[in-house]
Design a protein around this ligand. Structure first.
Ligand SMILES: [Zn+2]
Length: 235
């Protein structure tokens, strides 16, 4: 079914020496579907190297400043690191492993489409960087659940730093996904393509964002937070 989409994604994984039996099984079974999902957003320019970290210390050590650190994995340039399933506090299901792999691959896709500098990834606002990764890997969040955001401090979660992400976990990703989906509904594929084009041309994220949608990213989040608050009041 998805052979053509898989080919269109041009996704090629290269595994480093560290392998994991569970991960190999998930890759063998789910990679075509993950590639199909990601191919809606663009194709990969280069192969992606996958490393397995034996514990959290090794995962963190692989994460200098210019990386995208998630709780169980990270993406840096064309590389993905995943925490070995045995080292997760709760052993992950195959579905969770597949989602983590897809999420980190989405960060690599962003990197390959938008910039030549891994360092530039660190300057993306959390909501936009994680929002893209969640929506690209899992699809749009369910509209009916948007009202669950009403009790959250959206502006703070949207710009959470690494430490806050570790503490607040899923709420950061939740807010990011809805905020990114809202941006994408307004600016669309064309907007995303234009944003990438400007980033490749050397614009800062703030400048490229403003040029693309006519509003700066902080103002966009402020409006988004007001909308959510409003929807919460109307319940
Ligand atoms: Zn992420």
């Amino acid at each position: 079914m998805s052979d053509r989409a898989f080919a269109a994604s041009r996704l090629q994984l290269v595994f480093s020496a560290g392998r994991d039996h569970d991960l190999d099984r998930v890759v063998a079974r789910d990679l075509p579907a993950l590639a199909k999902q990601l191919s809606h957003w663009g194709h990969f320019a280069r192969p992606v190297t996958v490393h397995v970290a034996v514990d959290l210390a090794q995962l963190r050590a692989a994460s200098p400043l210019a990386s995208v650190m998630d709780l169980r994995g990270l993406a840096i340039g064309d590389q993905v690191w995943l925490l070995q399933p045995h080292a997760w506090p709760d052993r992950p299901t195959d579905g969770q492993l597949g989602l983590l792999l897809a999420h980190e691959l989405a960060h690599v896709l962003w990197f390959q489409r938008s910039t030549q500098s891994p360092r530039a990834m660190a300057y993306l606002p959390t909501w936009f960087r994680e929002g893209f990764a969640v929506v690209a890997s899992e699809g749009r969040p369910a509209a009916a659940q948007r009202r669950q955001l009403a009790h959250l401090d959206i502006a703070a979660l949207a710009y959470a730093d690494d430490r806050q992400m570790a503490e607040l976990g899923t709420e950061v990703y939740q807010v990011a996904a809805y905020a990114f989906a809202s941006w994408h509904a307004q600016c669309g594929r064309r907007g995303l393509g234009e944003l990438w084009r400007q980033l490749r041309a050397g614009a800062t994220f703030s400048r490229a964002f403003l040029n693309t949608c006519g509003v700066d990213d902080r103002a966009f989040v402020t409006t988004f937070a007001a909308e959510i608050l409003n929807e919460g009041r109307q319940r």
